[in-house]
Every structure is written in C-alpha cells, then in structure tokens.
Write a protein of this length. Sequence first.
Length: 160
Amino acid sequence: MVRQWQAVHPGLDTGPMEIIGRINRCAALLQQAEDAPLRRAGLSRPEFDLLGALRRTGHELTPGELARETFSSGAAVTKRLKQLTERGLVERRGDTRDRRVVHLRLTDAGRDLVDGILPVQLAYETAVLSGIEGSAQGELASSLGELLSQLEGRLGALRA
C-alpha cells in the first residue's frame, strides 16, 4: 500500500501511514483471533476488561468510573454490565446517599473467573508476541506508551 502511494505521490512522506497502518492492521488481526482463552471462558475482551478493572482496582466502581477505566462509552459499559450481572459475575449496590448512583463489585464467581483466566490469557499473549525478542518487546511497549500519552493529550485538539 505504501509503495503504491509513493508511486502515485512520490514527494509525500508516507512514514506516518506506515506506523498507523501497521498499528491498525495489528489491532484487526488481534481482534480476529478473538483472544482464544477469553472466548473459551465465554467472555469478550471488553467484558474481560470490565471484570479486570474491578479486580485490579480492588474496590467498588461506578459505571462512569468503569467507563473511564476501560476507555468505553457509558452505553457500552451498561450493556456489558447487564450481561455480566445476569451471569452472576458482577453485583450492584445502590448508594445510600444518592439512589441514582450504583456501585459495582465482582462476585466471588467473577473474582474466581478473572483470577483463573488471567494466567492463561497472559500465556496466550506471550505466545502471540513470541516472535519478538524480549528487549524489542520492551522498546515496543515503551514506544506505544509514548504514542498513547501523546494521543490522549492531543487527539481532541486534532479533531477540531
């Protein structure tokens, strides 16, 4: 694709396209793989992210806090929470001062599921990245972290 653009517009720098295109392609391939261990446990990645946020923070969260923690929309969090609650993995508790506020926490079954699947998921992700040397993985993680920091700080301004 880059070579084709360079043939059509030889004077344009396609470097940014090479980076962003590769990130998008990696994301698409990872989504196609659908995180096999999560799929076997009957979870999607976004559902696991919600359960993981509740587990790793170690305390109750509101739906809004979960949305921020997982970079999800409020509507998406509401839909996923409904399913996770119906499966007995998350429970809701009303706020004693404000009935509009709901606090969420993992049930014992939810905690056991997260704790059981996390090592399996990490082993799967290790296998996915096994073709990249350890030090290169660290450099990639660092570079992607820098990119995320910049995007989170500037992307809104770029859209305007």
